[in-house]
Design a protein around this ligand. Sequence first.
Ligand code: URA
Ligand code: SF4
Length: 228
Amino acid sequence: MPGSRDVASGGALPYVPARGGIPALRRAAADCRGCSLYEDATQTVFGAGRARARLMLVGEQPGDQEDKAGEPFVGPAGHLLRKALGEAGIDEEQAYFTNAVKHFKFAPVTEGRKRRIHKAPNLRELTACRPWLAAEVRRVNPELLIALGATAGKSLLGNSFKVTESRGALLSLASGRDLPLAVDEEEGDGHRRLLATVHPSAVLRAKDREEAYGGLVSDLRVAARFLG
Ligand code: URA
Ligand code: SF4
């Protein structure tokens, strides 16, 4: 189609409906062409869970199994995350799950390999997809956001955010619900909070998996205490 590349480089904003709740967003996101990742992926994997959740968890992007199922966090990393949430005392049914980027990005498929190999989204793709995440944050309006890994942290708090420097800390956010959000050093009650931790896929890849898993659970316990 002539000019489709131009459309594909413009980001998600023109596709985001001004009205409607999460279901309306999800329907519109199915047709997003805001960057070129839609071309090779099976489908848009939009956020899922409670539309009025107190807790929103943000991952990086769907993986192989999420791409096929159309649901976030249903593969190995999702299983590990759900187990860790349970251990930390957080009811997953009360949460909303989403990703910084809504289409699966993968390396060229090679013969004989069953699972497609995930490729990290670049800054362009992260920026292109951010209007969806921003719209989810506005609609769900959670009290606590959990950034799972560096990509989620950068999408929520800007490109200079470093998960390693603040993981496990309950950060207060300045008012304003547009992304990137800003940390507010003054901890007023009623402030929205953000907690950054490792991505569950990083736990799966870790040399000492048990230790990495323990770290994730202990960060999630901080979130559980805040939620009460
Ligand atoms: N990893 C993510 O970041 N998100 C998913 O939905 C699955 C794996
Ligand atoms: Fe749209 Fe995001 Fe998919 Fe790119 S990755 S096409 S911006 S939904």
